[in-house]
Design a protein around this ligand. Sequence first.
Ligand SMILES: Nc1nc2c(c(CN[C@H]3C=C[C@H](O)[C@@H]3O)cn2[C@@H]2O[C@H](COP(=O)(O)O)[C@@H](O)[C@H]2O)c(=O)[nH]1
Length: 394
Amino acid sequence: MSEMTVNPVIESSLWAYKATDVVKLNDSSLKAAAKHIHTRMLAEGYNPRTWRTQPLHMLPPEAEEFSWDDPRTTASLDWIFLISSLNFNFWSEKCGSERYGVQLRESWTSGDKDGEKVQVFTGYCSLVAAINRALEEDISFIDPEFYSTCPDETVAHIFRPAPRSKEPIPLLKERIAIMRENGRILVENYGGSFANFIQDLQEEKPKLTALDVVMKVTEVFPSFRDITTYEGREVYFLKRAQILVAETWAAFFPAPSTSNQIPHRIFPGGGIHQLTMFADYRVPQILHHLGVLTYPPPLLTLLESGHYFEHGSKEEVSIRAASVVAVERVRDEILALRHQDKETAGAATSGGGSGADVPISSVLIDFYLWDAAKRIEDDGEIVVPAHRIRSIWY
Ligand SMILES: Nc1nc2c(c(CN[C@H]3C=C[C@H](O)[C@@H]3O)cn2[C@@H]2O[C@H](COP(=O)(O)O)[C@@H](O)[C@H]2O)c(=O)[nH]1
């Protein structure tokens, strides 16, 4: 495996941020946002295991009981792989219950159909809900053999919209094509599981790092190659390859009591700090809302009017690149704040088992910001609309 220690997304984004010169970072707002995120993360005890508290997430075994032979290990890796393969483009022009949503019964075990409570999930959560619902219905949807060959109608059934939704899941045809391709690659070369893909890499390199996996996924699976050409130069964003690795990292993150003795079971070589934020359409929106990113008036007018941007356009590349650069800067600011906290209070009293003990990374900041974006949405706060592009990349 080729050794790579610097993430190409960092250098690409810095270059593209300057070359596009549309979106700007606001220094003082960035410092204020970093302070706010730092304080909130500590107060909330936000840490990589917060991922495990999301009700829809499938949980692998804890690090102490980890085994490659445990079916929960394979299932959770195949679950994360399928989710990450399809983790793009959920925005809708429709509002409220008319937009695509997936309906789940609140209790799948309760036999009482009359008056049962249902919940409708939209956005990214609609994807997770549809996959979980298929599993509850005994459809082995996360099995690459299954999703590379099952009829298109089965996939359409699995993603069936809630009764009040007035649209199907966006880009269903593209999602099906990705499932066919990724499933076939896993079946033909990796014994039909993403778990084998990881095991093969670990055999090749026992101290496997997060970045090793990002680069290998990008090489092996064409639909993960989120690389744009701008002014004749390749610009790497690798949104879904990085989020695939980040979700795997978080899902298998050892509990605090064990994290000192047990290395990460999937990434024994560590390296989550080498990853960047995942340049989607939601985190840039909240970075703008926090004042970290500033948009020039013509861009604001386009966003407010619901304009469809071209993939690879100056505006799109600028929004994504500036977001990556901004979160790298926020991370550096938080590192400095933590250092200050330690100097003032003494290392022994800096957080006592909360988030302060967890190394900060752009990944953790990204997760925090995405969760915060959901809260802002739930509270109905007015924000500038996210940039609209129909694409499989994010
Ligand atoms: N940068 C970034 N983008 C993320 C996620 C996630 C979900 N990650 C889970 C793991 C940890 C978190 O706590 C979440 O539980 C989805 N997305 C992207 O958002 C968009 C959908 O948004 P909306 O339409 O509002 O649901 C779409 O582009 C989708 O690809 C993330 O974490 N970071």
